[in-house]
Design a protein around this ligand. Structure first.
Ligand SMILES: Cc1ncc(COP(=O)(O)O)c(C=O)c1O
Length: 391
């Protein structure tokens, strides 16, 4: 019996980029103490007040089927947050609550792509992007960005790729590069989408993690609200990765169709999780700043540890919880370096190649362990790279 092409083709028969990650996990299972700088997850857990809100909601009876688009009050709270951050008029009717941003990415592509349509995305990219596009039957096409332009897509690259495509997926602040798109970059993206009649899917799950510059949502640019689907999430902003709660913000007619999709797929998000998310949003921006603070601090620490050596070079990162390091001076590929570092120093990082061709010769370091261990691991990583450069 043959399975569908759609399901068997999600990773296109290739690696899903997680080989080094799983190797590190196997070493840990075998009792080897590996320092994991490979995980995009906070080293703090969800705040107890949020968990108490979840517990109370569950004990209070919100354990049955929840309304599929999301509770009115959570949809309104999300809409208010978006309006406050972007100035774009937004109501509950513009919001679908999803089981995490990942489900939002799937839903958004489902909304705009037909079978066989070309869906653009920016390389380097978050590992699930091409598979998410394939899982809706569309064809992923990468737009390469380079370290020379600090991984910001250029208008020329956008316009070369755009003819005939249906959608463009962007992510700022960016995983894995840490790039925060400049206003000029967002304006080029908006202009290209309008010129080539593309839907824009804007993954903004790191919108609270901006260390330099400002987060610009392209939905706020002239003429973009009607062609932009924003994907958001509580995972990174509130350290709620395991709760699986995110959203799509889009024109009301798009949301109405997405509610049909949700009815026939996820059937919504657990009611007590939605109540906890609403409680968390009600705590205001100070909670978001507290959750983001360790990454801001570790980025500063990283820059001082990296100063005064040439073995590894930090790609200027303005946001998110990652550092992209150029390790080409060692003569190794990102994958070769990540594997050698894991064997020699028991430090796990993600090879750049996991995030696309444009990140070859780089590694991604997640700043997701406590400051002292983080600095010690980064120093060992640099010493290891320096030895390779000398050889
Ligand atoms: C760029 C990006 N988008 C989306 C997601 C998915 O996040 P979640 O499904 O937890 O909201 C992640 C997770 O790491 C990510 O890095």
């Amino acid at each position: 019996m043959e399975l569908s092409e759609r399901i068997t083709n999600i990773t296109a028969g290739g690696s899903d980029g997680w080989d080094t990650f799983y190797r590190a996990r196997r070493m840990i299972a075998d009792g080897i103490p590996v320092t994991e700088l490979n995980i995009g997850e906070h080293d703090i857990r969800t705040h107890p007040d949020i968990l108490n809100a979840m517990h109370s909601a569950a004990l209070g009876g919100h354990t049955g089927y929840a309304v599929v688009p999301g509770t009115d009050s959570l949809r309104s709270a999300i809409a208010q947050r978006i309006q406050a951050r972007t100035g774009v008029p937004t109501t509950a009717a513009n919001i679908l609550v999803t089981p995490g941003g990942q489900a939002g990415l799937f839903a958004a592509h489902n909304a705009v792509c037909n079978q066989g349509d070309t869906a653009l995305y920016i390389d380097p990219y978050y590992v699930t992007y091409p598979g998410t596009i394939r899982s809706v039957g569309a064809v992923p096409k990468a737009i390469i960005t380079t370290p020379d332009t600090a991984f910001q897509p250029t208008r020329a690259a956008l316009d070369t790729a755009a003819p005939g495509a249906k959608s463009l997926l962007i992510n700022s602040p960016n995983n894995p590069t840490g790039a925060v798109y400049l206003r000029a970059t967002m304006e080029s993206i908006a202009a290209s989408c309008q010129q080539h009649d593309l839907w824009l899917i804007s993954d903004e799950v790191y919108d609270t993690q901006v260390w330099d510059g400002e987060h610009i949502s392209p939905r706020a640019l002239p003429g973009m609200a009607e062609r932009t689907l924003v994907v958001g999430s509580m995972s990174k902003s509130h350290a709620m990765t395991g709760s699986r709660v995110g959203w799509v913000c889009a024109p009301e007619h798009v949301i109405n169709h997405l509610i049909n999709l949700a009815t026939h797929t996820t059937y919504g998000v657990a009611g007590f999780v939605q109540d906890a998310a609403e409680f968390a949003l009600g705590q205001g921006v100070s909670v978001e700043e507290t959750v983001a603070a360790p990454f801001r601090r570790r980025r500063e620490l990283s820059l001082s540890v990296l100063a005064g050596q040439n073995a590894v070079r930090a790609v200027p990162a303005q946001g998110a919880m990652y550092l992209m390091l150029d390790i080409r001076a060692t003569g190794l590929s990102g994958e070769g370096f990540a594997n050698a570092l894991l064997d020699a120093e028991q430090i796990a990082v993600m090879p750049g190649e996991s995030f696309g061709a444009a990140a070859a010769g780089h590694i991604r370091v997640a700043m997701t362990i406590d400051d002292d261990r983080y600095v010690a691991a980064l120093k060992r990583l640099i010493a290891f790279a320096s030895d390779m450069v000398k050889q």
